[in-house]
Design a protein around this ligand. Sequence first.
Ligand code: SF4
Length: 193
Amino acid sequence: MWYLRDADIRTEDLGPEDMEKGKQWIMDCFAEIDERMAQGELGFPPTPNRFCQYCAYVADCSAAEPADKVLKEKTDEELANECLTIEAKYKAIQDELKKRVKKNGPIEASGVCYDFYQNATGLVIKDVTGFHNALVENNKKPEKYLQGKTGDLRKLLATIKADNYRQFISEKPGNKNFKWKPVEEEEEKNESA
Ligand code: SF4
């Protein structure tokens, strides 16, 4: 075996016995597949896992249906499985809504409006070296502010020494996030605009 990532080479002698073992393993796998196929869908029960979020069948997956038990009676495994599949199902539904909004525009339903909403503007460091020097000169911890978190930068610009930093920081447009807002909220905003 040659592991390409770390150039590690491992050798092992394989004899007729090992070949026989390998052959038996493959035969067992085929026998198990045969047996499961004879049971139809029951032979392949869905097994929730962390990859459910990428599964194309989540919308129809029987494992995504909550078990008919009150919450407190469920085992840890049942609860974990339900969370995985419900999260995955929610993501699949939301992706479908996103596609429709992208194609046809905002969707209004049940008193809410789904759309891509603009977030508030953020701040960005435009001259890292200059900003670093200004922080050191003013006895501020560079490691805190060089992370470029908008909240930290805004606090800095609210201090009396803000003029020392302003030239190194600029506004950046906020991202757009897919979410819903109450319809009235949007109508009020449009009226006041
Ligand atoms: S959603 Fe259902 S079918 Fe898809 S990976 Fe999860 S358990 Fe399997």
